[in-house]
Ligand binder design. Structure first.
Ligand SMILES: *Cc1c(COP(=O)(O)O)cnc(C)c1O
Length: 364
């Protein structure tokens, strides 16, 4: 970047979010749903877009009323449209939350390693960042988390559950403990909630009586609609009102609103692949020990595999076999998205080849 540009000092020298978008046969690096869309959905989307196209001379519904009502119906928990806000991906939701509740002179805290966009969006909204503690098994201890929040006094606390990149879900006790220690906002990022193993609780059940608690969700992962860009939150209606101060007018296009509603109406069919993705996740987990690798227990559609002698080298070797995974910068670890059965086969074949190559390298 040109040193001559008068960039804000805190942005100078920083790198943008940049997961590689490579044209390879097996793309398992951004946790999308690899399964094809259910029968009839693309035709239904085309018809719905066709039906509104003639009205594109007008701005969209600024308040996104019908979609918010549909999203409330999907979430259940006695939520209504007043509790829901939607935007272009949950990243935009997070940005709006930080614009409203973070900003200059304020700080956000998250339990790292976690989603890389939490500190990046904090930075871009002028919110300073604090790291909170995670345990060696990547879980969050309620007492240590509460102590960190009490000491650091952040204005916004992020809890990602299930966590990215580790797949770790936290108990509701963690969220309750953190909430009790802060007068600030607590954002529970549940981008992967639909993949959780049975019995994993959602923070949605904690919303009643906690007006500073927000749960964010997305259609990018389980719903298989990453290309749509639709994220949303559930929280107190006063939070939704506050976000109206920072959202851009007409931020969510007519096309996005219409397509999201059609996709939601196919919810059961779209979510039918979730069980298959979870089965593929377990197949990858079961296959790792053969290669001397371990898996962090995961409630998401990916696993963090550990035990690589050199994660960067393994990442490149897998890519040479047509399999793109994610090097999240944790030494010895790579994150692998679970997709279709054929993709799991390719991952396991790739890991076998990587290990064979590594063993051959040692013998030389
Ligand atoms: C993928 C992901 C998101 C989703 O972002 P979108 O903008 O909705 O696509 C949010 N949070 C976490 C932790 C994620 O991994």
């Amino acid at each position: 970047m040109s040193p001559a540009l008068p960039l804000r000092p805190e942005l100078q020298g920083r790198s943008a979010y940049g997961a590689p978008q490579l044209d390879v046969p097996v793309r398992l690096n951004t946790n999308e749903n690899s399964w094809p869309l259910p029968a009839g959905l693309s035709e239904a989307i085309a018809a719905a877009v066709g039906a509104v196209a003639a009205g594109l001379n007008r701005y969209p519904d600024r308040d996104v009323v019908e979609l918010r009502s549909d999203l409330a119906g999907y979430l259940g928990h006695d939520l209504s449209a007043a509790h829901i806000w939607a935007a272009n991906g949950s990243n935009e939701i997070l940005q709006q939350l930080l614009q409203a509740f973070g900003g200059a002179g304020r700080s956000a805290l998250g339990f790292t390693p976690s989603y890389s966009m939490h500190p990046l969006i904090s930075l871009s909204t002028g919110t300073s960042w604090r790291d909170g503690p995670r345990e060696p098994d990547f879980g969050i201890d309620p007492d240590r988390a509460a102590a960190a929040v009490r000491e650091q006094r952040p204005d916004v606390v992020f809890v990602t559950s299930p966590n990215n990149p580790t797949g770790t879900a936290v108990s509701l006790a963690v969220i309750e403990a953190v909430y009790a220690q802060t007068p600030g906002m607590v954002i529970v990022d549940e981008a992967y909630a639909e993949f959780s193993r049975p019995g994993t609780p959602s923070a949605l059940s904690l919303l009643p009586g906690r007006d500073r608690l927000v749960v964010t969700r997305t259609m990018s992962k389980a719903f298989g609609m990453a290309g749509l860009r639709l994220g949303y939150l559930a929280g107190d209606p006063a939070v939704v009102d506050a976000l109206q101060l920072v959202r851009l007018p007409y931020h969510l296009s007519t096309l996005t609103q219409v397509v999201a509603r059609v996709a939601l109406s196919y919810g059961p069919q779209l979510l039918a692949t979730v069980q298959q993705v979870c089965a593929e996740r377990e197949r990858i987990v079961a296959g790792l020990p053969e290669f001397g690798l371990t898996a962090v227990p995961s409630d998401a559609n990916f696993i963090l595999a550990g035990g690589f002698p050199d994660a960067g080298q393994a990442w490149q070797a897998l890519l040479d076999h047509g399999v793109l995974v994610r090097d999240v910068g944790i030494p010895g670890h790579l994150r692998i998205t679970a997709g279709t059965a054929a993709e799991t086969d390719a991952v396991l074949a790739g890991l076998r080849a990587v290990r064979a190559g590594h063993a051959a390298g040692r013998r030389q």
